[in-house]
Design a protein around this ligand. Structure first.
Ligand SMILES: NC(=O)c1ccc[n+]([C@@H]2O[C@H](COP(=O)([O-])OP(=O)(O)OC[C@H]3O[C@@H](n4cnc5c(N)ncnc54)[C@H](OP(=O)(O)O)[C@@H]3O)[C@@H](O)[C@H]2O)c1
Length: 296
């Protein structure tokens, strides 16, 4: 059981862009002894005023704490910056890399750390800056479990929802990317549909309650799609692809009639059309995953 109190805990934050600054502020507010460093020193000044100690250089920042949280633009700049610090300085410390990236970026950083004998945790921040330090703050972590467990009491100060999702260092960014795909596709579909209805005089705000009707059925729909995908069967007894293709044809046509960019409904029509043409018109929408998996 962890018996540390925040005042026993110390952390260094390297990289004070909007997110690094939010993390550092949360560590200070949570009572951890916090040391900060940023390439452009001016960005550290507000943190000093908030109670953080300013490191004189990056090496000083690494030496200051057992847990070193880096929040730079990407993995490459993180490795490049840390490469300037001698290997032995990292002995007994854990580096927590919170840069966004691809699964391969994270694996490269894990391999880089293993070569240098550095204990590393890879993280993906799943919330915007205002949520950092609140009970809703969620960060996904992956890579070796032991360094994560060691760093967890500190990490939970800034993001209480600290979820270790697996030993493969690429898993946190994989889930990050997949979750963002759901988010961006949802936002884009809403904007496309909004372009359609505002062409006919409705206001975007008039459409929101109708869009929410569709949102409300998505959770159960996701459960059903996931069940079909995992079981490899795509029943279409209640609604089938042939019927859905016709609905998508109407979406494409309405979009073209309104003079809109119709690529989004065309993409969805094409996904249905390929399966219907291949003889699967009686199956359900979940079969579309077969076409997505089989890029042509
Ligand atoms: N902001 C968000 O809402 C949010 C949400 C989720 C995830 N993230 C992720 O968090 C990370 C940081 O994002 P951010 O919003 O704080 O801003 P950012 O603009 O992506 O990061 C800026 C930070 O990276 C530093 N940096 C960039 N290249 C560097 C290099 N070669 N050497 C040393 N430092 C370097 C900058 O230093 P200088 O100040 O000297 O330029 C600054 O501290 C990103 O990977 C981002 O994707 C951000």
């Amino acid at each position: 059981m962890n018996t540390s109190t925040p005042s026993d805990l110390s952390v260094s934050v390297v990289g004070l862009g909007p997110m690094g600054s939010a993390l550092a502020r949360a560590f200070v507010a949570g009572g951890a002894r916090t040391t900060v460093w940023n390439r452009t020193p001016q960005k550290a000044e507000p943190l000093a005023a908030a109670g953080a100690r300013l490191a004189v250089d990056l090496e000083d920042a690494v030496r200051a704490s057992d847990i070193v949280v880096t929040c730079l633009r990407d993995h490459e700049s993180t490795r490049a910056a840390l490469d300037a610090v001698p290997d032995e300085v990292f002995t007994g410390r854990t580096v927590v890399v919170l840069a966004s990236g691809t699964p391969d970026d994270a694996r490269r950083s894990a391999a880089w750390a293993a070569e240098r004998g550095i204990a590393i945790v890879l993280g993906a921040i799943m919330v915007p800056t205002p949520v950092i330090g609140t009970p809703d703050a969620l960060i996904l972590y992956s890579g070796d479990r032991a360094p994560f467990d060691g760093a967890r009491p500190v990490l939970e100060i800034a993001a209480p929802r600290a979820e270790h999702v697996g030993d493969d260092p690429g898993l946190a960014p994989l889930l990050d990317t997949a979750m963002l795909e759901v988010f961006f596709a949802g936002m884009t579909a809403f904007l496309h549909a909004t372009a359609l209805v505002t062409q006919r005089g409705l206001r975007a705000t008039d459409f929101v309650p109708w869009a929410r009707e569709m949102l409300a059925i998505l959770p159960a729909t996701f459960d059903g799609l996931a069940h079909d995908v995992d079981s490899g069967s795509y029943p279409g007894d209640q609604d089938n692809l042939a019927m859905e293709r016709a609905a998508l044809q109407h979406m494409v046509q309405s979009s073209r009639d309104a003079g809109l960019d119709s690529r989004l409904p065309e993409l969805m029509f094409d996904l249905a059309d390929r399966q219907v043409t291949a003889g699967h018109g009686a199956d359900g929408w979940s079969r579309v995953i077969e076409g997505i998996r089989d890029a042509r």
